[in-house]
Design a protein around this ligand. Sequence first.
Ligand SMILES: [Zn+2]
Length: 280
Amino acid sequence: MNDFALIKNVFSDLVSSRRVPHAVLVEGATAEKRQIAAKYLSMYAVCSSNNCPCGECKNCIKAKGMGHSDIYTPKLSGKTNIISVEAVRELIKDASIIPNEADTKVFILYDVDRCMPEISQNAFLKILEEPPQSTLFILTAESSKKLLSTILSRVQIFTLKNEKADDEQTDALALEIVEGILSSSEKKLLLATAKLNNRVVFKDTINAVNEYLRQGLSYSVGNKTDNETAKSIAKKLTKSRIIGLIELSSKAAIRADRNVNMALLTTWLCGEYRRISWQR
Ligand SMILES: [Zn+2]
């Protein structure tokens, strides 16, 4: 289960709720990680133990070896290896048949942003709108951006973190945002927040912004720091404004998890940062 240890916490809410959703989308990280995540979720869906996925029951072992009769992956076809409309139709037909050995039937569709043309996505939509009981559709994608919004609104999205999510890059952008918040010109903040163009970057960066703000707050209540950014935060903003900004960032990170339009979210965030830091 070592491979799974890394991605386990991504699904902890799902697992602790003991719920099997109808459709999930795993995005981010690498194709390999997404594959591991899909396998983990398929085990979760078919596992026959109370502590699922146990990794040890007959269902889990078969799922791990990709040899479970209730776990199905559509065939790719054509020169470009796509999931054709025909393959989707076959899948829909298959989904109406009850599972063999497990309680749930699982369909894994890998890298749908690459493999699933719009026409196939539209055909697939039909079954997402009225999913048969006891089925789980697991979709993976490098980014959910290329998928139809009608698909996105019907799947639960999980974003895998890129481990080397370029911590340095995240930190640099967070710093740019903090400087934008502190700057008297709105342009700096607008330019910086415009770079928050995907969910993973957004969340990582906003968390890093909050880290700076917390250090600033800590400094302003008398704790020592060597961090110059924390010092300028404390110098330019009152405690209540810093607290307001921290609360706002947390709220924004939660919103990013829902299927909101990222451009609208960053515009809103930029406006709110300005309002809280500059309002008289
Ligand atoms: Zn099991």
